[in-house]
Design a protein around this ligand. Structure first.
Ligand code: GLY
Length: 361
């Protein structure tokens, strides 16, 4: 088991490994009541073991269930969770446990941030993506009809539990999509050890063996922790580096009506970003091609599914991205690997990058 500390005030740990679920008991001992926010499909395999740890902590438990999809991540769900929490008698000194992936963590985390003006929350991540990224850093949010994650708050958890045995029940496509975020960390300047691991044996993580996953997941979580601690409220731009590959990814998700899973879209977005940086001569051809090697090696798509959108449509969507300032902004590597935001790259470089991922104008 490994502990990755997020060095904020107060600090908290991401506990990574087989058996990390045991951490729930010491984290929540002394809390009178705990509301567990989860989804039916996740509760089936994982709720029982969570309830055992909460019983050992001596807490009364209420289970609150939300719907399965991104469309359930809304203010209506938050209102319902808060009303059910009130009906169960949850008070300011009690706690919320989110048990799930990004949708549960974002929605339950936001409800915890606003209920009684903020109650303690622990995230039990059940997806690879949540273990290395979404559950770390205190970002919580829900969607409006006008856009994704438009209402939210920073609310740091008491702790994050990444029990790698929970990944065994993930559908294959969802697990592999999580590897898209692993590819992102492998391609970040701090990701040398992850990169080496993937290049040595790209299929090493396919078996979901906790022993093989543990160093990789802990290394990814450590990068997130370091970046979050350096920019807790996303003000300096440091945290934007965690969005490497995400500018095109968000556009692909929207254009394809979420046919591509987030991690799959990030995978293609990384290949695109590598080619864009290459066309701008910021990185060498070998560094550019490393993007395709890492992404393809992990069994992820390296090009846009045919018929998703034209480059003009994708450019239009990227200009409307909530992180854009009206133009086009990409996080791109420099010759030493450092990631920086680049505004409005020339059309010829964009065309080359689009062609490299199979998108015609
Ligand atoms: N969880 C990644 C970030 O907070 O930016």
């Amino acid at each position: 088991m490994r502990r990755v500390t997020v060095a904020l005030d107060p600090p908290y740990d991401v506990v990574v490994g087989a058996g990390a679920l045991d951490e729930l008991t010491p984290l929540l001992t002394g809390r009178r009541r705990v509301a567990v926010v989860t989804q039916e499909a996740i509760a089936r395999p994982h709720l029982g073991p969570v309830l055992e740890r909460l019983a050992a902590a001596g807490a009364e438990v209420t289970v609150l269930t939300i719907g399965p999809g991104e469309e359930d991540k809304n203010l209506g769900t938050v209102g319902r969770l808060c009303r059910e929490a009130a009906a169960s008698g949850l008070l300011r000194g009690d706690a919320v446990v989110t048990l799930g992936g990004g949708v549960v963590g974002d929605t339950g985390g936001f409800a915890a941030a606003v209920y009684h003006r903020g109650v303690a929350v622990v995230h039990v991540a059940t997806t690879l993506l949540a273990m290395i990224d979404a559950a770390i850093g205190g970002k919580t949010a829900v969607n409006l009809p006008e856009g994704k994650n438009l209402v939210g708050a920073f609310h740091q958890p008491l702790g994050v539990v990444a029990d790698l045995t929970l990944l065994a029940s993930l559908p294959e496509r969802e697990y592999r999509a999580g590897l898209g975020e692993v590819a992102k960390y492998a391609l970040m300047p701090q990701g040398g050890a992850i990169r080496a691991e993937i290049l040595t044996d790209p299929s090493a993580l396919d078996a979901r063996d906790p022993g093989q996953l543990e160093p990789v997941v802990a290394a990814c979580a450590a990068i997130t922790a370091e970046v979050v601690a350096s920019d807790p409220f996303e003000r300096t731009g440091a945290r934007a580096t965690l969005n490497y590959g995400h500018t095109l990814a968000h556009a692909l998700e929207t254009a394809g009506d979420h046919d591509l899973h987030h991690g799959e879209a990030v995978a293609v977005g990384l290949v695109f970003a590598g080619h864009l940086a290459g066309a701008l001569e910021r990185i060498t051809p070998a560094h550019r091609d490393l993007h395709t090697e890492i992404v393809g090696g992990l069994g992820l798509p390296t090009s846009v599914p045919p018929g998703t959108a034209t480059s003009a449509e994708l450019l239009d969507l990227m200009r409307r991205d909530k992180k854009s300032h009206g133009g086009l902004t990409f996080v791109l590597p420099d010759s030493d690997g450092t990631l920086t935001a680049v505004d409005d790259p020339p059309a010829a470089a964009l065309d080359a990058a689009f062609r490299a991922v199979g998108v015609e104008s």
